[in-house]
Design a protein around this ligand. Structure first.
Ligand code: HEC
Ligand code: HEC
Length: 498
């Protein structure tokens, strides 16, 4: 079996990835280690320094040295060192210009340990000659790159269409923000850093963002997700769009986390997902990162790092992830005049077939109004908590029922948000449907006669005469109006370590 260990060396404002891998089962089992490096030279170039040679020297259980291979445009450097026994090494990195003058230097100690990945924050000092003036620039580059003025998270909902704002004013309990954790720009900024920091996992391989990709509305595209040691989660990753507007507050497919604050800590110590032995171990680890004290101080007033603050900051960032700039939203204040006839027909079918009762707000049902498409109700029309959409007669995963052990909850799951649904395939708690067409086929003729089946869904499905091929296509066209391109490209939700 092949094992791979990676060390993240960060320099020049970008991660410098050092991979060490040892192969079991060959004759060099103990000594055949490998370090591979790859990093960007763009930050040096931005300072007017073109790097023409990068030399790496290792001192430790075995000494070695090599030049990295530069890309044609001198913007990336990469290479591998092989045959290294595990142990403590000092890494020296030297950057040269075209005249073989040293233009940059950095060093750090790394511990090559079986089964673990070592984080290395390397300070690189750059020397440059500009107009005869020589200057030194030193920067610690292991940390995130954040804007000088934080992004606007707290005020984001001020930009909502009036239609949605009015709805929220009339229904204030839809917003699950607790009084003791109001959203601030500095709090959400800290949450963003924590969300994308691989140091949150025991071996520095996985962050929350590894399973929640912004370009996919924060799912990862797999039927199930892969954790820090390659293990698989039991369920499909969930989109993180508008979790703030989920009135029942509870998170996960089985709604086992009562609030976002509770939810945010669970993946960290999950034995499949991030594998930290304890929250105390996480706190101790984050204390060793030079960039956290200032971020905690801005967010909470003092530099103290605690599990409670980590959960609050993550929850603030999660609540900041709001999406309301889709084509559908753009039309809400104008009664959807911007939608095509097919898209409008799709919405009407979505309403007439009562999809809206489970997937949006009940208050728009009678008299019929345009639904907000927030998932706000989950009011337990059918079973008292979640809902069953007739996927199976017998569920391998009974969802909420597995927690409560009550017959009425068997096979019931949290009702998912359909905003950005075009981006969040595959679908359902187990990722069983690859496409929206497959989902609509299920509702048309695939629905099973489960005792907890939602009353809106007929046994056997809506049938081909009620949910016709045309209506299926219309509904899908409508669902695609919920895709928000600005949301998936918004830098304030992006990975600050990139
Ligand atoms: C290994 C992949 C993985 C990692 C890492 C991960 N998640 Fe998830 N996330 C999932 C999966 C899978 C689910 C659904 C799990 C379930 O319902 O049992 C989920 C569900 C969620 C939900 C519930 C959304 C809802 O509508 O109920 C939130 C919120 C969330 N994750 C946030 C986070 C945060 C914050 C982190 C980091 C601290 C994180 N996730 C790390 C895979 C992951
Ligand atoms: C009784 C409530 C209910 C009704 C009615 C209902 N759904 Fe669902 N829907 C659910 C639940 C619950 C799930 C998640 C089920 C699971 O994963 O086990 C779901 C899942 C989905 C998904 C996949 C979401 C994801 O992120 O994986 C789509 C798309 C969807 N439904 C569309 C529709 C459409 C279109 C209709 C009407 C034809 C409809 N639903 C009717 C409850 C309902």
């Amino acid at each position: 079996m092949k094992k791979a260990y990676s060390l993240i060396l960060c320099c020049l404002g970008v991660p410098l990835l050092v991979m060490y891998s040892a192969c079991d089962g060959n004759q060099n089992e103990k000594t055949d280690g490998k370090i591979a490096m790859s990093f960007s030279l763009v930050p040096a170039k931005e300072l007017g320094i073109t790097v023409h040679r990068v030399n790496v020297r290792l001192e430790g259980p075995s000494n070695s040295e090599m030049d990295l291979t530069l890309s044609d445009d001198n913007t990336t450097a990469e290479g591998e060192l092989t045959g290294l026994p595990p142990g403590t090494y000092t890494v020296f990195l030297t950057l040269y210009n075209v005249d073989s003058d040293t233009v940059g230097f950095g060093s750090d100690d790394i511990e090559v340990k079986a089964g673990e990945i070592t984080d290395v924050d390397m300070n690189i000092t750059l020397y440059s000659t500009t107009g005869g003036i020589r200057f030194n620039i030193t920067w610690n580059t292991g940390g995130p790159k954040l804007p000088a003025v934080p992004y606007d998270y707290a005020g984001a909902i001020a930009n909502m269409p009036a239609y949605l704002k009015n709805y929220l004013t009339a229904n204030p309990t839809v917003d699950n923000t607790p009084n003791d954790n109001l959203l601030t720009n500095d709090g959400a900024t800290l949450g963003r850093v924590l969300f994308y920091d691989k140091a949150m996992s025991v071996n520095n391989t996985i962050s929350c963002g590894s399973c929640h990709h912004q370009d996919k509305a924060f799912v990862d595209g797999g039927a199930v997700s892969t954790g820090f040691e390659g293990g698989h989660t039991r369920r499909n990753s969930m989109p993180l769009t508008n979790v703030r507007f989920f009135k029942a507050k509870a998170m996960f497919w089985d709604m086992r986390a009562v609030t976002l604050e509770t939810q945010a800590l669970l993946p960290i110590t999950d034995p499949v997902e991030m594998g930290m032995p304890s929250l105390e171990a996480l706190v101790d680890k984050l204390k060793t990162k030079p960039y956290y004290p200032a971020l905690f101080e801005k967010a909470f007033g003092t530099q103290d790092i605690t599990a409670d603050r980590i959960s609050k900051a993550l929850a603030q960032f999660l609540r900041s992830i709001v999406s309301f700039n889709s084509k559908y939203d753009q039309g809400l204040d104008n009664n959807l005049a911007n939608l095509t006839d097919q898209e409008k027909n799709g919405l009407l079918s979505f309403q007439q077939l009562n999809c809206v009762e489970c997937h949006s707000d009940l208050s728009t049902i009678f008299p019929r109004k345009n639904p907000t498409m927030f998932i706000v109700e989950n009011s337990g029309l059918n079973t008292g908590f979640g809902s069953n959409n007739a996927l199976d007669v017998t569920y391998a995963d009974n969802g909420i029922g597995e927690r409560t052990n009550e017959a009425k909850d068997m096979g019931t799951f949290k009702m998912p948000a359909l905003r950005n649904i075009e981006l969040t395939a595959p679908y359902m708690h187990d990722g069983r449907f690859a496409t929206l067409e497959d989902v609509l086929d299920h509702y048309q003729t695939g629905a099973k006669n489960h005792p907890n089946r939602g009353i809106q869904i007929p046994s056997g499905g809506y049938g081909t005469s009620v949910l016709t091929e045309q209506k299926k296509a219309d509904i899908i066209a409508f669902l695609k109006t919920l895709t928000d391109q600005s949301f998936i490209n918004d830098p304030k939700y992006s990975d600050p370590f990139k």
